[in-house]
Write a protein that binds this ligand. Structure first.
Ligand code: UFG
Length: 329
């Protein structure tokens, strides 16, 4: 059996950490990326095939060349706000390109597919923690594009030999403990790197979006999951499919709600500096609390988060911020 795995979007944040986990588990991650948002420096654990995930001719060639045992599909745009302003980009890149990619998988008999889905597919929760049976009613084109991805997988796998695991990430955060790879987004919109950059003086301050939520300290609660834990979850999902597991959808979270204020306070403690904070209004579309029931991941994949304490997330993210400066990226 081949040990190659196609990692589409493998030059991105979660994709590159998954490549590291795949390599450590004995697989060869073959990255497919157009480098529109991914980074060539992040491709360190296997070869790069540069091209478009939605280009059927290119993808057919790549599959025939590498004969992979499975495919992990990360390539997508993932800015909620941008998706509201430019929904066509999200339908084109997250839906149309994914349909083309899945069609090639079906035609080429590449039948083990792992898909990056999101807790954004749930919309505004009616109850937390969220389990996988919670209604899916997205409130953004981004969330809808991920839900359509799940639906395509459902119907295509119903009609063809393809099997899939859709992994619904909560808030990916932290960085590789060895400092080889980490988070670099342009623009950066995620709380953890913004808080660290504010503590280091790279940004003047961090704006807290809303202090009047019905949570213990009034700021939003999220489920921060370390990107290294996400990497090992993809390896577990791949093994599950290789061993013949049935198609399924699984939350990847730590199960712990953490508020914006807790992130800021812990960052100040870990870094040993005050974080300049500006308290602002709510950001449109932010639900007060979003956190996972992670039990299904344990039952089906035997996976649990191991690196997702807030302290470890902030320590590795902080170290990565320093490393980035050294590397000039
Ligand atoms: N926040 C601030 N200030 C900031 C940035 C964020 O207070 O400058 C708050 C947000 O209001 C939210 C929390 O910090 O309460 C986390 O915000 P992020 O932007 O880091 O992450 P989101 O929870 O908005 O987004 C994440 C993923 C998306 C995914 C979404 C699903 O990054 O890809 O969860 O809800 F779609």
């Amino acid at each position: 059996m081949s040990n190659s795995v196609l990692v589409v979007g493998g030059a991105g944040y979660i994709g590159s950490h998954t490549c590291k986990a795949l390599k450590a588990a004995g697989f060869l991650p073959v990255v497919v990326d157009n480098l529109s948002e991914g980074h060539e420096w992040a491709v360190k654990f296997g070869p790069l095939e540069r091209g478009e995930a939605g280009d059927a001719t290119f993808m057919t060639e790549v599959i025939r060349k590498h004969k992979p045992v499975g495919l992990i599909h990360f390539a997508a745009n993932a800015y909620v706000g941008e998706s509201v302003a430019n929904p066509r980009k999200y339908i084109q890149n997250n839906v149309v390109a994914m349909h083309n990619l899945l069609s090639v998988c079906i035609d080429e008999n590449l039948n083990n597919v792992i898909f990056s889905s999101s807790c954004a597919t749930y919309g505004v929760p009616t109850q937390v923690p969220l389990d996988e049976e919670h209604t899916q009613l997205p409130i953004s084109p981004y969330g809808d594009s991920k839900l359509i991805g799940e639906k395509m997988l459902h119907w295509y796998s119903n009609a063809h030999p393809l099997r899939y695991v859709a992994l619904r990430y909560f808030n990916a955060s932290g960085a590789d403990a060895d400092g080889e790879i980490g988070e670099v987004h342009d623009p950066e919109t995620h709380l953890v790197p913004l808080v660290i950059q504010a503590a280091l003086g790279i940004r003047p301050s961090i704006s807290v979006f809303g202090t009047d939520y019905p949570t213990p300290d009034g700021t939003c609660q999220r489920d921060y999951i370390h990107v290294t834990d996400l990497g090992t979850a993809h390896v577990a999902a791949l093994r599950y499919l290789i061993e013949g597991g049935a198609s399924t959808r699984i939350n990847l979270g730590s199960g712990k709600p953490i508020s914006v204020k807790e992130v800021i306070d812990e960052a100040a403690r870990v870094i040993g500096r005050e974080v300049p904070v500006v308290y602002g209004p709510r950001r449109e579309g932010d639900p007060p609390g979003l956190y996972a029931n992670p039990l299904k991941a344990k039952e089906v994949l035997g996976w649990e988060s191991k690196h997702s304490s807030l302290e470890n997330i902030l320590t590795t993210a902080y170290q990565w911020e320093l490393r980035r400066k050294e590397l000039g990226i």
